[in-house]
Design a protein around this ligand. Structure first.
Ligand code: FAD
Ligand code: NAD
Length: 474
């Protein structure tokens, strides 16, 4: 029987990072993963690299170029001839990026001496794991023993009643990353992060996009002011976002799909070419044998963990999407580092209060820390500073007229409690806010730091100044 110091189950961004870090720290490490790539062979990287973060960003990038050529270059005095769209070439570019990165993880495993075991794992009593191979190296289950087991099995899409995924007309996000043509009319169920990102892609490429969102409020997890600004901006871009829409059914036919939904004005039926279901994700526990070994779940069905990702079973840890907290790749990766380092005897901690969120629309939406709504609910006193991008010289030069940066600081101590933005490259700008918050900075601290001119980062500086009502440019 093979024996390891550390066995990681799942090679998504949580699992593969945990495995590499454990191996770096001298632990004999293996990683079991069940993912099968588009070529029918085992692939590393999990949801994020294969059907999540990376392919969606490749589509976002390509579609943004297409949109800019069609709609933005003219304002710069650039005239083009006929512009044609090659969706197959875009998809091939995306596939190449995915393969490069998944192969890259393979190389990292080799470099760090992590043993990759392609297979489906199930927990067995006594620190053992049964692995059914997925690479044709035999059909029988092999038993592996490990001193420490890290579960990083990720998540899978949620489904809704009467909406059957057929991958012809009705898709989950994974299938929607492989469209070979632009749907004329696309309905997306769920106006969350995936709905907005994929909706943006297909809208830019020419689809008529309707998003049906069950909740009455838009982008409920974001700060209200940012959500409102985003809603206005997406409306301007032509995304048809319908709130309070309860989908009753989606019926695929030869020539399209009929989507029936209900809102406060009554029952409605929509005809479209394709439907994407993006109503959230659930922890992936299928076949893991959690109940058989007594692994405790929380009330929402995630693996129950303490602040250091320890489960109720000794030396068994769980990280990433399969445990509480936001379903974000970087959150899983940092949990992986923490667990690997703690196994190696270090005292590593992870600050869950400074995990940044990004929605990769145009402009991007990003935030870290508390929203005003959360602070009001906890009765904490705070000040806010807001700077609209319309007043930024760099934004003007870029042709950006909407967007804002908002800083929320404690009323008494001035410590930054939250930073929220809708701005170009917000995914990069938010890093400054994360560093500031991690080091306990005040709005005053941020307002005393020199920011390059002209840059969008000046809006962060001005928002910090705005907390104390001393902005220069508004
Ligand atoms: P996963 O990436 O899901 O990996 C889990 C792995 O475990 C998989 O390979 C799976 O096959 C394997 N596995 C499961 N069960 C077993 C078993 N029993 N035995 C062996 N192997 C098993 N997050 C961001 O931070 N930024 C983004 O831009 C972003 N974009 C996204 C876009 C889309 C369309 C989607 C769907 C998600 C996106 N996410 C994004 C979320 C991100 O993909 C997840 O948070 C992240 O992948 C979670 O990492 P993980 O390692 O926990 O799980
Ligand atoms: P989400 O939770 O972001 O959004 C799902 C949306 O669907 C919600 O607004 C919800 O109210 C709505 N909904 C639920 N049931 C519905 C129904 N029956 N009818 C209509 N609407 C309904 O989830 P998602 O967009 O599926 O993404 C899944 C996860 O992947 C997210 O938690 C997110 O963290 C992660 N992700 C992150 C990024 C990123 O970081 N940029 C990108 C994509 C996905």
């Amino acid at each position: 029987m093979k024996k390891f110091d550390v066995l990681v189950i799942g090679a998504g961004p949580a699992g593969y990072v945990a495995a590499i870090r454990a191996a770096q720290l001298g632990k004999i490490t293996a990683c079991v993963d069940a993912w099968i790539g588009k070529d029918g062979k085992p692939a590393l990287g999990g949801t994020c690299l294969n059907v999540g973060c990376i392919p969606s960003k490749a589509w976002l990038e390509s579609s943004e170029y297409y949109y800019e050529v069609l709609h933005k270059l003219g304002a710069h005095g650039i005239r083009t001839g006929e512009v044609t769209l090659d969706v197959a070439a875009m998809a091939a570019r995306k596939d190449k990026i995915v393969t490069t990165l998944t192969k890259g993880v393979e190389s990292l495993f080799k470099k760090n001496k992590v043993e990759w075991i392609p297979g489906k794992a199930r927990l067995l009593p006594g620190h053992k794991v049964g692995v059914t191979p997925t690479d044709g190296r035999g059909s029988g289950e092999e038993t592996i023993e490990a001193e420490h087991i890290i579960i990083a099995t990720g998540s899978a899409p949620r489904h809704i009643p009467n909406v059957l995924i057929d991958d012809k007309r009705i898709f989950e996000s994974a299938g929607a990353l492989d469209f070979t043509s632009v749907p004329r009319r696309l309905v997306i169920i769920g106006a969350g992060v995936i709905g907005l990102e994929l909706g943006s892609v297909w809208k830019r490429l020419g689809s008529e996009v309707i998003l049906l969102e069950a909740m009455d409020s838009f982008l409920a997890m974001a700060d209200d002011q940012i959500a409102l600004e985003a809603q206005k901006e997406f409306k301007r871009q032509g995304l048809d976002i319908r709130l309070g829409a309860r989908v009753l059914s989606a019926t695929a036919r030869e020539d399209g799909v009929i989507v029936q939904y209900q809102d406060e004005s009554g029952d409605h039926a929509l005809e479209c070419d394709k439907v994407i279901v993006a109503v959230g994700r659930k922890p992936m526990l299928q076949g893991l044998g959690a109940a058989e070994v007594g692994l405790e779940l929380d009330e929402r069905g995630y693996i129950h963990v303490d602040e250091h990702c320890g489960t109720n079973l000794p030396n068994v840890y769980a990280i990433g999407d399969v445990v509480r907290g936001p379903m974000l790749a970087h959150k899983g990766s940092e949990e992986g580092v923490m667990v690997a380092e703690r196994i190696a005897g270090q005292e590593t901690r992870l600050n869950h209060d400074t995990i940044p969120w990004v929605v990769y629309t145009a402009p991007e939406i990003a935030w870290v820390g508390k929203t005003e709504k959360q602070l009001k609910a906890s009765a904490r006193k705070y000040n806010t500073g807001v700077f609209p991008l319309a007043a930024s010289g760099r934004a003007k030069a870029m042709g950006i007229t909407s967007g804002l940066v908002k800083i929320i600081a404690d009323a008494k101590t001035d410590r930054i409690l939250g930073v929220h933005m809708i701005a170009p490259a917000a995914s990069e700008l938010i890093a400054e806010a994360v560093v500031a918050m991690e080091f306990g900075a005040s709005a005053e601290d941020l307002s005393r730091i020199v920011h390059a001119h002209p840059s969008i980062s000046e809006a962060v500086h001005e928002a910090a100044l705005a907390v104390h009502k001393r902005t220069i440019h508004i």
